[in-house]
Design a protein around this ligand. Structure first.
Ligand SMILES: [Zn+2]
Length: 350
């Protein structure tokens, strides 16, 4: 039934192209409703990735959103910036009449949690079991927001403060959280000290789709957010965990599809190439640190040169230079250079 409703909805949406990505047939639709003058220019690209899982890509610089629809309602992974919420809701409405029940935040950055409040308020908690009896009728008035405990702790301490209605309502602090929703298994795995210290990846087991948040992107070097607990070694571990979970695609059967935090829909091979790139750069800088080189000497060696055309940037909040510096600092801390050399000064984070 849910499937039938979804298909009808998709057909009625304005379908502009049908593309094949990594063996999975994907529909590209465009949400055309325009609610907010400021975001009129933004077009949400919607791809049906597999089963009832969709990838919603919005403005450049904003994270990707994953939607999972079904008879019980909608689960949303990452909510982009608040002004885009109307557009995300428009996309939801083209797919299903069911309310948003769950929001999952892969981590605490604003381009992934910005729409929490409006999307939660547009949704509803499923009033089953003891929920209403336990916490009253208000329990059914908004969708619930899942995140790792560390992400909530960072959001609570954020400056400027995050409004209470935007904060995660359901956190977990162990390695994993499993849930059954729309009759399908959804699994969340914490990846410690990677992009931040509160990153989770979200696996839709039946559809075979993995949402990685910013533990994988196709458009930039990994942002190691040191101020929020990120480390280069944890990031590489997370990429290896993603590769362990995903199954390769081949010509006849689509493998696991990977929805990155930013950039295009991917598969395991894309993650392998990215993991190899990050590992090579880390290992080069580690070697230079062991030789006692200064940060200036390391930069002069251009340890990212062969990857800069694709991932490098001299502008914006995450430059190639900052990427090299954070790896240098962390490698120097783990592998103290010989006496007589100075580690790079620690700089503030964006
Ligand atoms: Zn992020």
């Amino acid at each position: 039934m849910g499937r039938l409703v979804d298909r009808r909805a998709i057909r009625s949406a304005s379908v502009v192209a049908a593309i094949v990505v990594g063996g999975a047939a994907a529909l590209v639709t465009r949400a055309t409703a325009q609610q907010n003058q400021n975001v009129n220019a933004v077009q949400m690209d919607v791809q049906q990735v597999s089963g009832n899982v969709y990838m919603v890509a919005g403005a450049e610089g904003n994270g990707n959103t994953t939607l999972f629809t079904g008879p019980e309602g909608v689960l949303v992974v990452d909510t982009q910036a608040a002004p885009l919420s109307g557009k995300i809701l428009d996309v939801v409405r083209t797919l299903t009449d069911q309310p948003i029940r769950w929001i999952v935040n892969t981590h605490m950055h604003g381009d992934h949690v910005g729409g929490n409040e409006p999307l939660a308020k547009a949704g509803r908690t499923r009033a089953g079991g003891n929920v209403v009896g336990d916490i009253g009728q208000a329990a059914t008035s908004t969708a619930r927001i899942i995140a790792h405990e560390n992400a909530l702790n960072r959001l609570v301490m954020a400056d400027p403060p995050v409004p209470p209605a935007a904060l995660p309502t359901d956190t977990f602090f162990n390695e994993q959280r499993d849930m059954l929703f729309n009759g399908e298994a959804v699994q969340m795995f914490h990846q410690p000290k990677a992009h931040t210290d509160g990153d989770i990846i979200v696996l839709f087991r039946h559809a075979d789709v993995l949402s990685t948040g910013d533990l994988f992107t196709t458009v930039m070097y990994p942002f190691i957010d040191e101020a929020n607990g990120g480390t280069i070694d944890g990031y590489i571990k997370a990429l290896n965990n993603i590769i362990a979970i995903t199954v390769p695609s081949n010509v006849n059967e689509g493998g696991t599809m990977v929805i990155p935090g930013h950039g295009r829909l991917s598969d395991e091979q894309d993650v392998i190439e990215y993991r190899d790139m990050v590992t090579i750069v880390r290992d080069r800088i580690k070697e230079y640190v062991k030789r006692g080189m200064t940060i200036e000497q390391v930069k002069a060696k251009k340890p990212t040169l062969d990857f800069d055309a694709r991932y490098g940037s001299d502008t914006g909040f995450w430059t190639t230079s900052k990427f090299i510096e954070v790896i240098y600092r962390q490698m120097a801390a783990a592998n103290p250079p010989p006496k007589g050399t100075k580690p790079a000064p620690r700089k503030g984070n964006e």
